[in-house]
Design a protein. Structure first.
Length: 300
């Protein structure tokens, strides 16, 4: 083990998540916040989302609202360097082994007052693989508390089914916990000070509410898997050929021998005709678990 204790590893195996405090030093948080300010300035010049920045529905030039920095490791040396550091990779290696491949990265802003909810879902419903040694490391850039929309998880749900994330036969990227036999009282908010990391299993049911508080809730996610987890056809995993795929190795060695595990799988197809963004895909829902901002509160 490089940094986690045997108890933390056992807890992850049983519950499907961890919150590790004091993992990201303050100087890194300072650098991250400065990078975010740079992208916020860019968002203020935009009228619609592009392949770098995802804007809130209520965004306007007069009231710029950045919802997500997309693939931050591809557009910022700071986010790339952090991704490749032991702050991020050591706990992942402790849990799923030495050979790690990046699936994606994103920085969800959840700004004070209006930051969008993410409906309940399992990441694995978006990207089924041959095995489920798949996890997301979340860098907590702000203090996470009940009121600012922390990530919430259903402990143990990573051992259950992959739930149906479709509406009217089209992938909608979300499910309703109660309609699927989960008890809302079992949901756990992952709260802790800035500089903590959350780790959640690819199959765990998770989501987060609208941020109505006066504090931001920014989490930078690096989602990765064991190198021998290969996407199942129909997965939303980007696949631009084996060379590109191997370029996504974070550490260790790639392989051409997928490891197969007997686990449930659903294919996230057909896809809705929207931009590839969880916020847009989840607009296909007829019933939402979390509030959205009423139209009258949005800017023009
Ligand atoms: O930002 C959050 O609270 C949840 C993020 C998430 O699950 C996602 O973007 O897939």
């Amino acid at each position: 083990m490089e940094c986690l204790t045997p108890d933390q590893k056992a807890s992850y195996a049983s519950n499907g998540y961890l919150l590790v405090e004091n993992r990201i030093p303050d100087d890194w948080l300072t650098k991250i916040r400065a990078e975010i300010a740079r992208f916020e300035a860019e968002a203020a010049t935009m009228t619609g989302s592009n392949d770098r920045l995802d804007l809130e529905d209520s965004h306007s030039a007069a009231d710029p609202r950045l919802r997500r920095i997309k693939l931050p490791h591809t557009i910022s040396d700071v986010f790339r360097e952090l991704m490749l550091s032991d702050h991020v990779l050591a706990p992942a290696r402790d849990l799923i082994g030495p050979n790690l491949r990046l699936h994606t990265s994103k920085l969800n802003m959840k700004s004070a007052g209006y930051g969008a909810a993410v409906e309940w879902h399992q990441d694995y419903a978006f990207y089924p693989h041959t095995n489920d040694d798949i996890l997301a490391i979340g860098i907590c850039i702000d203090d996470m508390a009940a009121e600012n929309g922390p990530l919430m998880v259903f402990p143990g749900s990573q051992k259950g089914p992959v739930f149906d994330h479709h509406v009217d036969g089209v992938f909608a990227g979300a499910m309703l916990p109660e309609a699927n036999g989960l008890n809302m009282a079992d949901a756990v908010p992952l709260t802790g000070p800035a500089g903590s990391i959350s780790i959640h299993h690819g199959r765990i049911v998770h989501g987060s509410a609208l941020n109505r508080s006066d504090r931001p809730r920014r989490i930078l996610f690096y989602e990765m898997m064991a190198a021998d987890a290969f996407p199942i056809m129909g997965s939303m995993t980007r696949w631009d050929g084996i060379e590109d795929y191997n370029d996504r190795m974070l550490c260790g060695e790639p392989t051409l021998q997928p490891r197969l595990k007997d686990i449930p799988i659903r294919i996230p197809q057909p896809q809705p005709n929207v931009a590839i963004s969880i916020y847009e895909i989840q607009k296909g829902l007829k019933t939402r678990a979390f509030d959205t901002i009423p139209a009258k509160e949005t800017s023009q």
